[in-house]
Design a protein around this ligand. Structure first.
Ligand code: F6R
Length: 369
């Protein structure tokens, strides 16, 4: 049931405040974060973990990339992200102190399942972040941390993505507390952010009208670039993937710092570039670097669409369009920034008369390697 929306994807974008709220529910209290499925593994085992590898494909891998920054920061454990289908072939160095966290909406992605089995056979602790109850991957894992986004029908993943990031953050906070790497105060600050998150995601969803206008003017765009830094970088990759998937438009995401190492050569007159601008309050250094990037591309004719936190006026002289989002701590920005990018892909797809929910050549769950 599309609940009155024109597509499942539109409904699912709109469901995102509930998706994050439901994923947090029961795992966060004023006294802390606890994921019972991780507790069941035993604190000794968790304290012994010295390396985490997140494995996933597509959108789930970008959620993994966002989560990796936070888990490393909060738990002080080195975290890397690998595409499931690349994992085995490099013969990864694994031990009984390694944790592999798989991320999969469907829990049936064959590439990810094979990677989990490979890890499990080598004595690794396997944790599944999954949206589908009793799917194969969580059943094959030592612990299942379910996202509670509800069934996702549209091929392009939206609400599962924000729920995956949320679940990975909860895992990072849980591990950080168990390992003693994270103070109770720092955990409490993150918990307070979770409390405010659904309302902020709702505000991000409310950018729909503005984005629809923007997409209307840009309906014949042939290429779009996305720039981000830190946790904004995987969001840039996700914004580009969404556009490829459902609007069949060439799009690329870059780490903003890479611009001058090559991609800036792509910029010429009228090239649309979405820039995810970190908060000047929480990330002043990154903010000023990204504003410089905006100046550099603007000087070369780019059409700049800046996604900023409300009140950030630094970009105004250089941006053609400004999308304003609520204030949030740095790790919580991506959960807001991705929403207008999802709307943008949906609206361009619609403008081109395409089937938003059933893009060509794609299936909701990829059960072959
Ligand atoms: C993107 C998309 C795909 C999936 C990927 C992994 O919108 O739908 O990139 O994210 O195929 O699927 P799951 O999460 O089911 O393992």
């Amino acid at each position: 049931d599309k609940g009155g929306w024109s597509s499942f994807m539109a409904k699912e974008i709109n469901d995102q405040p509930d998706a994050v709220e439901n994923t947090v529910r029961g795992r966060v209290s004023p006294s802390g974060v606890e994921i019972p499925e991780l507790t069941a593994l035993g604190d000794e085992r968790l304290r012994g973990i010295d390396r985490i590898i997140i494995i996933a494909c597509g959108t789930a891998s970008y959620a993994g990339q966002v989560g990796a920054y936070a888990i490393e920061q909060w738990a002080r454990i080195p975290v890397e992200v690998q595409l499931s289908h690349e994992f085995r072939y490099r013969e990864p160095v694994l031990s009984d102190r390694t944790m592999v966290i798989s991320v999969s909406q469907s829990g049936e992605t064959m590439d990810t399942l094979m990677a989990v089995k490979y890890a499990a056979e080598r004595g690794v602790t396997t944790v599944s972040v999954c949206n589908t109850q009793s799917a194969t991957i969580p059943r094959e894992s030592d612990a299942a941390v379910y996202t509670h986004a509800g069934p996702e029908v549209a091929v392009a993943s939206t609400k599962a993505f924000v729920a995956q990031i949320t679940a990975l953050y909860l895992i990072g906070l849980h591990l950080g507390r168990v390992k003693g790497a994270l103070s109770a105060e720092a955990a409490a600050q993150a918990i307070a952010q979770f409390d405010e998150l659904p309302a902020k995601v709702r505000e991000a969803v409310d950018t729909h009208e503005q984005i629809a206008q923007l997409a209307h003017w840009m309906a014949d765009t042939r290429s779009v670039l996305f720039l981000g830094r830190h946790v904004g970088y995987p969001i840039a990759l996700e914004g580009a993937l969404k556009l490829k998937e459902i609007a069949y438009i060439h799009a690329e995401g870059f780490a903003a710092g890479e611009l001058k190492h090559g991609p800036i050569a792509l910029i010429d007159h009228g090239q649309p570039v979405f820039v995810l601008v970190p908060s000047p309050r929480t990330s002043p250094l990154m903010h000023s670097k990204v504003v410089s990037n905006i100046q550099e591309i603007r000087a070369r004719g780019a059409r700049v669409i800046a996604v900023v936190e409300k009140g950030d006026t630094a970009v105004l002289p250089y941006a053609d369009d400004v999308i304003r989002l609520p204030l949030a701590d740095a790790f919580f920005e991506p959960l807001l920034q991705v929403v207008p990018l999802q709307w943008f892909a949906l609206e361009l797809s619609t403008a081109k008369g395409l089937d938003v929910d059933q893009p060509r050549n794609l299936a909701k769950s990829v059960t072959v390697e």
